[in-house]
Design a protein around this ligand. Structure first.
Ligand code: HAM
Length: 416
C-alpha cells in the first residue's frame, strides 16, 4: 500500500454534505450586501509582503509570526494574504476607484492564511467574508455597516452573538492614552507575559486584549480609551452608539477592544459568539481613516469588517438547507438499455435537468436503493422489456406512481 497523504495541519475540507450550507451562507451575504449597495471585488491571494507589514503593522502577531512568506524566483518577497483589507485598499488606490465613484462599497469572499496554532475555530487557511467602505467619514456609515452584519446574522438565524464596540481614537488623542497606559503598566511589567513585556515597549494597547488570564486580570483597572478621546472622536463614537440604537442593534461597550491590527482609528467592533469557546470573534472590524494615505493614496476615510466563515458556519443550523439532489436517476438494466439510457441522459443534461445514472449497473433493487439514497425526485427505468416496447418506466419517488412513457417523449415530459 502506498503512503496516504493527509491535509496540512490547520486546513479544512468543506465536504459535499456541508458545501450546500456553506454556499447558502455566502449567497445570503451577497444578497444582503447588494441591498446595501456593495459590489464584489475579487482580490489576489498573493501580494508583496510589504503591503501587509506596512498596513497591519510590523509589531503585530500577524506580521511578526503568522504570515506565509516566500521569496519569489526573482527574489521579491511574496505573502499569502492573511486578511483582505490591505489588498482592497491597494486595489482602491491602484485603480483610482476614488475617481470613478463618490464613495465605494466593496465586498470580498475568499481564503486567508495565517500560521497560527490550530485549535477549534482557528485555522491556518480560513475563509473571510469582508466588506469595506471608502470615502465616507460619517459615523452613520459605521452604524450602517454594523447593522448590515447584524441583519445577516438575523437572516441566518444565528443566536447568542453579542456585539461589542469601542473607540480607540485617532493619532491626535491616542498618544496621550498610550502614555497613560504605559504609566499604568510601568510597575507591573515583571508580571506581564513575555509577549506583553514586548508589547509594553512597542504596542502597549495590545496588552489590553492579551488572552493570558494573568495579563487580563492585571489590565482590569487600566485606563480606558474612551476617557482619552478628543472631541471629534468622542462625537463620532457617541454618534455611532445613537445610530445603533436607532437601528435597533443591541451592543455593549468593551473598553478593552483594541483589535490586533494596527490600522484602526476610532470605531472598533467585534461580534462575539457565546458558544464558540476561546476563538469567539465571529466577525470583527472598524474604521481605518489613515490607511489609504499610509499606503500612498489620497486621504480617504474607510470602515469595514470581516466575518470568519468557519466560525459563522459552526453557529449556523444547516438542517433547513435543502441538500443538492438530482431530479432524475436513470436505472438501466443490461448493456443495450444502458446505450439507450446514455442518449437520454445526454439530452436531459442539455435541457438542464439534473440527472445521474450509475454506469456500473447492478440489479434493479440495488440501483433503486442508490436513487433513494440520492433523494432523486424521479426515476427512469429501462430494462429489456421496456426496450422491446419502445418505452421507459417513469417512477415518481414520492407518490410511488409509475407510468410507461414512449422513449421519444420522455425528455419532453420531464422538461414540463
Ligand atoms: P481579524 O480580526 O484579524 O480582522 O479577522 C476577522 C475575523 O476572521 C475574525 O473575527 C475571525 O472570525 C476570523 N479569523 C481570523 N483569524 C482566523 C483563523 N486563524 N481561523 C479562523 N478564523 C479566523 C481582519 O482580518 C480585518 N481585515 C477585519 C476588517 C475588515 N477590518 C476592517 N475591515
Amino acid at each position: 500500500m502506498m503512503n496516504q497523504i493527509h491535509s496540512i495541519k490547520g486546513v479544512k475540507d468543506i465536504l459535499p454534505d456541508e458545501s450546500g450550507a456553506w454556499q447558502y451562507i455566502q449567497q445570503k451575504a451577497r444578497d444582503i450586501f447588494h441591498t446595501f449597495g456593495y459590489s464584489e471585488i475579487i482580490i489576489p491571494v498573493i501580494e508583496f509582503t510589504e503591503l501587509f507589514s506596512r498596513s497591519i503593522g510590523e509589531t503585530t502577531d500577524i506580521v511578526e509570526k503568522e504570515m506565509y512568506t516566500f521569496d519569489d524566483r526573482d527574489g521579491k518577497k511574496i505573502t499569502l494574504r492573511p486578511e483582505g483589507t490591505a489588498s482592497v485598499v491597494r486595489a482602491y488606490i491602484e485603480h483610482n476607484l476614488r475617481d470613478t465613484a463618490p464613495f465605494s462599497k466593496l465586498y470580498y469572499i475568499g481564503p486567508m492564511f495565517r500560521r497560527e496554532r490550530p485549535q477549534a475555530g482557528r485555522y491556518r487557511q480560513f475563509y473571510q467574508i469582508g466588506a469595506e467602505v471608502f470615502g465616507i467619514g460619517h459615523y452613520m456609515i459605521d452604524a450602517e455597516i454594523i447593522s448590515m452584519l447584524n441583519l445577516l446574522f438575523d437572516s441566518l438565524n444565528i443566536k447568542g452573538v453579542e456585539l461589542q464596540i469601542n473607540s480607540i481614537g485617532c493619532p491626535q488623542c491616542r498618544p496621550a492614552f498610550r502614555e497613560a497606559l504605559k504609566g499604568f503598566f510601568a510597575d507591573k511589567t515583571s508580571e506581564l507575559c513575555d509577549n506583553c513585556k514586548r508589547r509594553f515597549e512597542f504596542n502597549p494597547l495590545r496588552i489590553l486584549d492579551c488572552k493570558s488570564t494573568h495579563c487580563h486580570a492585571l489590565s482590569e483597572k487600566a485606563p480606558k480609551t474612551v476617557d482619552y478621546l478628543c472631541n471629534d472622536c468622542l462625537t463620532h463614537f457617541n454618534g455611532v452608539q445613537e445610530s445603533l440604537k436607532t437601528a435597533c442593534v443591541p451592543y455593549i461597550n468593551n473598553p478593552k477592544l483594541v483589535r490586533g491590527l494596527d490600522y484602526y482609528t476610532q470605531t472598533t467592533f467585534e461580534f462575539i459568539g457565546g458558544t464558540l469557546g476561546a476563538q469567539n470573534a465571529v466577525a470583527a472590524g472598524g474604521r481605518y481613516d489613515n490607511l489609504v494615505a499610509e499606503l500612498g493614496g489620497p486621504s480617504t476615510p474607510a470602515v469595514g469588517f470581516s466575518i470568519g466563515m468557519e466560525r459563522l458556519f459552526s453557529l449556523f443550523d444547516s438542517s433547513n438547507v435543502t441538500k443538492q439532489s438530482p431530479s432524475v436517476f436513470i436505472v438501466a438494466l443490461g448493456e443495450q438499455a444502458q446505450q439507450q439510457a446514455f442518449s437520454i441522459i445526454i439530452q436531459l443534461h442539455k435541457e438542464g435537468i439534473s440527472t445521474v445514472m450509475d454506469y456500473n449497473g447492478g440489479s434493479l433493487k440495488s440501483q433503486m436503493r442508490k436513487a433513494d439514497k440520492l433523494n432523486s425526485a424521479q426515476v427512469i427505468i429501462i430494462g429489456e422489456d421496456e426496450l422491446s416496447k419502445g418505452v421507459v418506466v417513469l417512477r415518481d419517488m414520492q407518490s410511488k406512481a409509475q407510468i410507461d412513457v414512449p422513449i421519444a417523449e420522455v425528455v419532453n415530459r420531464l422538461r414540463k
